[in-house]
Write a new protein. Structure first.
Length: 249
């Protein structure tokens, strides 16, 4: 079997594109909550490589552990971990935010990433090799109005990436952080709870990144020579200069 890549949030957007790009070279463990999507993607990509799907909510550590333990031994030799699952929930002034949105962002974007990493890193430290790529965001580099808790969750991802780089350095594990600006996925639809009009405004008048643009950068990072680690990369669409400076036509 090919080397194994474990991808969280593989059911849509960036995670799905990463799965397609990596299917050429790796066997894939694909995770997400939407089982029907996982099955569809498995059907599509199993023409290219071996696929194993794990269906869980990344907030539920017990279930993650159970799913992970259900993997056949040969599937546990994970070489690449892509911590991608995550979303923004709501966009409100700090004192007007919904507490359940805050919980979702901290529990999914931060704690979920930690739960998964805690299971997979020991495999890498034991084998003294591995690549971890954490999907952060420009929101983890600069705060923007009403971004508050989502930004906090992505600043946490940035800190966790740096902490991984320090703690895992002696284990020969490469850790990278990929920080996109505006990418057209289901992200805005989730943030605005299905409100298509609001979601469309996010990309109004610009040509946003596609999820494939981000996946190609990840492919590039993975395929650097053994002595090279891309520590941190920020990717914008051409029309974007920062979280708030966006050239809309
Ligand atoms: P999508 O909404 O298209 O994809 C999000 C993915 O995360 C889905 O596969 C979803 O799967 C998974 N996910 C969400 N919540 C959970 C959960 N509770 N348990 C398990 N899986 C979950 O958005 P993107 O592809 O844009 O987002 C991917 C990553 O990129 C996120 O971390 C996001 O913060 C980051 N990002 C996105 C940007 C953008 O502009 N789109 C820019 C910068 C960073 P399912 O629903 O099946 O569980
Ligand atoms: C997604 C990019 O600017 O919508 O992380 O927060 S932004």
């Amino acid at each position: 079997m090919k080397k194994i890549a474990f991808i969280t949030g593989a059911t849509s957007g960036i995670g799905y594109s990463i799965s397609k790009v990596l299917a050429k070279d790796y066997a894939l463990i694909l995770c997400g909550r939407r089982e029907s999507r996982l099955n569809k993607i498995e059907n599509e990509l199993s023409k290219l490589t071996d696929i194993y799907t794990l269906c869980y909510d990344i907030r539920d550590n017990k279930n993650i552990i159970k799913s992970f333990n259900s993997l056949p031994n040969k599937w546990k030799k994970i070489y690449i971990l892509i911590n991608n699952a995550g979303n923004a929930h709501g966009m409100d002034l700090i004192h007007e935010g919904d507490v359940s949105d805050w919980d979702a962002m901290i529990d999914i974007n931060v704690k979920g990433l930690l739960y998964v990493s805690k299971l997979i890193i020991p495999i890498m430290t034991k084998s003294n090799k591995g690549i971890i790529i954490n999907i952060g965001s420009i929101a983890g580099k600069e705060i923007y109005p009403k971004g508050n808790v989502y930004c906090a969750s992505k600043y946490a991802v940035d800190a966790i990436t740096k902490a991984m780089q320090v703690d895992l350095n002696k284990f020969n594990i490469k850790v990278s952080s990929v920080n996109p600006g505006l990418v057209e996925t289901e992200f805005a639809l989730v943030r605005f709870k299905g409100d298509k009009e609001k979601a469309n405004l996010v990309y109004d008048g610009i040509k946003p990144l596609t999820p494939n643009d981000v996946a190609e950068v990840i492919y590039f990072i993975i395929n650097r020579p053994d002595n090279v680690n891309i520590s941190d990369i920020t990717i914008f669409p051409k029309n974007q200069a920062s979280s708030t400076v966006i050239n809309r036509e």
